[in-house]
Design a protein around this ligand. Structure first.
Ligand SMILES: [Zn+2]
Length: 269
């Protein structure tokens, strides 16, 4: 059984194919998926997808609720209230994605920090883990995490692509690490390929980040380059190769880590 902890199933590219994507995921052994919420309305969308497909795919679909750092400019008191309400919805198993993105600077850094702080507060209130994004902002993100160190929610850095120092800093703070098909990229994934063996087996989770980041190791990728959860095995095979472990060992470990991290056995769709 594989668990994909990051699927953007509300993306318009899946609009007409959600059921087929879920059926293909099941056939590929992807038993559970955490759908990523990236704004208030998008979080509402992924929650409703979970509800809509829960009878057809029982105990398979879960959601995060949060506002992506790219949208932090729009985050205000009203968003915080709405997020707080969304966290009471049954499919929600984590708060996020949230964090800092100083790569594309789509939102003002101060506003990103304010939104991040608000997500931390809400996660603590609901006793939910955090689903974190970070791009070119490790120093500031680590400062914020350290400033809460006595009371910081259990967290995963999703789609980790940082350097060794950053990886070890996150691990020292007891964070979990999500690895995507970035590792399958023979050009920009090289650092990650060298680093991945440093992640303790019980802190590692896997994700497609579909429809983005299609694994470049796929022999026959679809023409539209649309990634989907059924391609998760390419990510795990690549990780296994660089860790010199079997895919089976990684499959069992990453799934049990995800079940525990997101409390999926007690989550109620
Ligand atoms: Zn992200």
């Amino acid at each position: 059984m594989l668990i994909d902890i990051g699927v953007n199933l509300s993306n318009s590219r899946f609009q007409k194919s959600i059921e087929d994507v879920l059926l293909r995921a099941k056939s590929a052994g992807v038993e559970k998926m955490i759908l990523t919420g990236t704004s208030i309305s998008d979080s509402e969308s992924v929650i409703s997808i979970c509800k809509q497909y829960k009878d057809q795919f029982p105990n398979s679909l879960y959601a995060t609720a949060g506002v992506h750092p790219h949208d932090a400019d729009k985050f205000n008191a009203d968003s915080a209230n709405k997020l707080d309400q969304l966290c009471k919805e049954k499919p929600v198993v984590a708060v996020g994605e949230t964090g800092l993105d100083f790569n594309r600077h789509l939102s003002d850094p101060t506003k990103q920090e304010r939104a991040f702080e608000s997500h931390i507060e809400i996660a603590l209130k609901h006793d939910l883990p955090l689903f974190l994004h970070e791009r070119d902002a490790a120093k500031r993100q680590l400062d914020i995490i350290r400033s809460h160190v006595n009371q910081f929610p259990k967290s995963v850095i999703h789609c980790f692509t940082g350097d060794k120092k950053t990886l070890f800093s996150y691990l020292d703070l007891d964070l979990y690490i999500g690895i995507t098909g970035w590792i399958c990229d023979e050009r920009r994934g090289l650092d990650l390929q060298n680093l991945v063996k440093n992640i303790p087996l019980d802190r590692l989770m896997i994700e497609t980040d579909a429809p983005y980041l299609i694994p470049r190791t796929m022999p026959n990728p679809p023409k539209n380059k649309c990634n989907e959860p059924s391609f998760l095995k390419y990510v795990i095979d690549e990780i296994a190769h660089h860790r010199e472990e079997s895919s089976e060992v990684l499959e069992v470990a990453t799934s049990s880590t995800a079940i525990e991290f997101f409390n999926l056995n007690n989550a109620n769709q």
